[in-house]
Ligand binder design. Sequence first.
Ligand SMILES: [Zn+2]
Length: 856
Amino acid sequence: MRMNLYNYVLVVFLFMTSFAGAQDYYFEEFQPFDKSIPSPEEFLGYPIGEYHTRHDLVVAYMYTLAELSDKAAVYVYGKTHENRKLLLLQVSEAGHINNLEDLKRKHLEVVDPSTKVTNLKDLPLFVNLAYGVHGNEPSSTEAAMLMAYTLVASENEEVKNMRKETVVFLDPTINPDGRDRHSNWANSYKGSPLIADKFDIEHNEAWPRGRTNHYLFDLNRDLLLGVNPESQGRLKWYHEWYPNVVTDFHEMGTNSTYFFEPKNKSASMNPVTPSENRDVLNKVFSDQFASDLDKIGSLYFTDEIYDSTYPGYGSTYMDLQGSLALLFEQASSRGHLQETTIGEISFPFTIRNQYVSSIATLRAAVKNKDLLYDYQSRFFADALKKAGNSKVKGYVFGDSYDRGRVKAFIDVLLQHQIEVYPLRQKLKAAGSDFEPDHSYVVPVRQNQYYMVQSLFETFDKYRDSVFYDASAWSVVNFYNMKYKSLDKLPSMGEKVSSESNTISIEQVQKSKYAYLIPYEDYYAPAVLFNIQNRGLVVKASSKDFSMKTEEGIVDFYRGTLMVPVEDQFGIPADSVYRWVKEACSEFRVKAYSVSTGMTEKGNGLGSGSFKTLTKPRAMLVVGGSVGSYEAGEVWHLFENRMKMPLVKVPEERFYLTDIYRYNVIIMVSGNYLMLNKKEQNRLKQWVADGNTLITIAKASSWVINQKIADEKLIVKNKDSLGIPKRSQYADAKGSLEKQYLGGAIFGIDLDITHPVAYGYHDKQVPVYKNNGIWIAPSKNPFSTVGKYLDDPHIDGYISAENLEKMKHSASIIVSKRGKGRIILFADNPNFRGAWYGTNKLFMNAVHFGSLVRVPQ
Ligand SMILES: [Zn+2]
């Protein structure tokens, strides 16, 4: 709720009287408290809610509690990109804390379907109270400190019983990098007296805002993909402890109220999570949330807006692991006090609701301990039973050319504890050949059957067409992985582990003539930059050829990199060898050494079909109106995967920037209102002078609309009769949302002879589309690198109208301007840092854009 009179008076009272009543405001009912334990207010020197607490102080408070009390211990599960600690405060009665390893062993026996445990009486529940996945939704981390204090210091009988019946694993901040970004903002611009005006700078953070982590990833989408250290640490911990209950606290629009589960039932036709989770467990918990929020007069709603369709939310992932995962959404004060349509909402008020829900979670957990353990004890056994009834017995996947991409996909499967086995003999499945050395099998009959379904199955039928987020997540398609379902399991080798999922490459031998590096591997673009950056001249072949190497005759394909030993501006042969060897070894990419320029098939290594490559000096426009997710994905790809530097120039400073320092400029979705006609002309001239502009999604429509790229957009489908239709007003919102492409997977036909498609062998590639940008195929017949298939749907929801537009649209175009080119992506090739299958198209645009030569 917003401020009723009581709350308003109380908050005013709080801010006017040095916060003498702060402790009563939050946890009066849990008196008495152990006086030897400092409250958050005593520790911080200000009452919770007066400031946004910095992460280092949150961490210090958790360590202090663990130091002073035998009821608490700190467990560190990782560190962030910016080196902040990720930790859990384990809280329970001292006996449990001292005996955690033993409790864990017994708990895991309950989870394990192969053991039968009957006596659960003395076993406490494992509850993971996790807070603050979105850094600028700050109320929950403040509530976490209140919870930690209550659980450690309260001598109240109810809290004592909570300690007896549960072990709480309290994660105060899932996303500390984003949280500190926002906390510093809110504290820096805090008014005195407080300013509630919603237009005040305190309530309007600068780009990129604090929601996301260092690389601007939404960590509440990352659990399925495990791209970031925050998620990797959590996944590892989840699969070590399998908590019974997991929370996920958020904030939403300032004019809203409070949300708790159950979520919107609609969405997917094939929900993987057992219905008992929603129908039984959510029910008993929501009764408790309602009754506790009623007591403090807070308004709330349930069963709408948020859905459970995407398995990678903090509030869905553990639903697929036998837990009850719970979403909470609090209207945001975004800042310390903000006006709403019915009064003002204060930071302390938002914190109190999150605190009350945390307490209610523990109350419901304690009351329903038997129910939760019973559910968890049957969960994986039921999954195995369902898997046994499945017509599909397993999946085979693999790729003969690109070991880097296959390894990365297996790493994702292993993060979810999915069992993977090497294929032992050649297999033909649904018309595709799978080779034993490069292929793997995932049987469906395993504990993680639901995750196997989530990662491999595709859907096209939905109960609802309105989604909160993406409607497609068959991760196997993100990796452009060739895969087929199997109706019986083939002969398999020994289970793959993360230790055995490594790539060993034979080291290249020294050559006096040249080195050849096939371009198929995911990391080949990284090798290319690495050796270019050391000063080596590298050429790329525009034709397939074959020739004799130290390993006999080898077929090489378009895009193969050639490093001559001579013609290196005087760099000694020893250095050339060492640099090629080191780069290939760092990125696990195979290279070959050749001693002649004569090819078996082809025109010789001195042929004009080998073009010298220009080292990219890349710049990304950020800030202003630029979409932070897409910008972060490019930044992450450059630095984390390709080890390439990327200059990030704010949109608002573009006019001051000497763009001729760069030969590649990247623009992702944005309005670019700060790039006026003068700047657009400057950009146009820069392209015409021989440089490469790469645009993604909305930036692609922007360059077309501003006539920087001479291409066309496909606008609305024509209504055949042109007669206006009449519909019910109540359906208006849903009708708009039905046209919204939240995110789905489609097939494109790729021109694999084009430099932007070097390294690809299959013409059909899945792409991810989450926008309404429809680009007409280029009028230049050689410029449409990727076009959607006639039947493009692979996975997820799309309206019939959008599907029609798609069939006539291009996915990738290279548009010439003068001596330069604009490479337009209609889709997002780098989505969520997980699209290994299309990342290379993007990196090719960076590396090979300058090779593109087509008749004008
Ligand atoms: Zn959120």
